[in-house]
Design a protein around this ligand. Structure first.
Ligand SMILES: [Zn+2]
Length: 163
């Protein structure tokens, strides 16, 4: 685990690595913080690097991918056992639904994490802006109060004010 934790300022983790981190339930940006607070509930932001995770739009994609994967695996082995072995019908009707259910539950969270990693790597949705290093400890620059003169300065700069 000597992998560099957080990439430098403005750098985005490459696609496959960020998807792999998401698959393992880790933050795609730093690889340290956890993505999920509960089973499929994504945390609002990473506790380690402050990457905003709440803006992901995984929506229905993870279930579609899980159905695609589990459907192909279970469908293949169901046909294989049905054609090559003398398996009783009750076994086929109880074993494969259980495998489907458990496999889907096992894959759903990792696949959703990988989808979040994919959206992060492509800069989609709320992932367009990366966390600023040190932002978690508080803003460093002083905030300028908006005074009445600000608008005039902007007008003069744009050439609208008095010459
Ligand atoms: Zn992070």
């Amino acid at each position: 685990m000597t992998e560099t934790a957080a990439p430098g300022h403005g750098e985005r983790t490459p696609l496959l690595r960020s998807m792999g981190r998401g698959f393992l339930g880790r933050c795609p940006h730093c690889g340290e913080g956890r993505i999920f607070g509960r089973f499929l509930k994504v945390r609002p932001h990473c506790d380690v690097c402050d990457l905003e995770l709440a803006h992901h739009r995984a929506d229905d994609l993870p279930p579609y991918i899980v159905i695609f994967i589990i459907g192909h695996i279970v469908g293949y082995f169901l046909l294989e056992t049905e054609t090559n072995y003398d398996v009783p019908l009750w076994f086929q009707l109880t074993f494969w639904p259980i495998v489907t259910l458990l496999g889907s539950l096992a894959l759903l969270q990792p696949v959703k994490g990988a989808v979040v990693g994919l959206q992060y790597a492509l800069g989609m949705h709320g992932f367009a802006k990366l966390p600023v290093p040190g932002a978690a400890t508080g803003p460093q620059g002083e905030e300028k109060p908006h005074g009445p003169g600000d608008g005039h300065a902007a007008d003069r700069a744009a050439g609208f004010g008095p010459a």
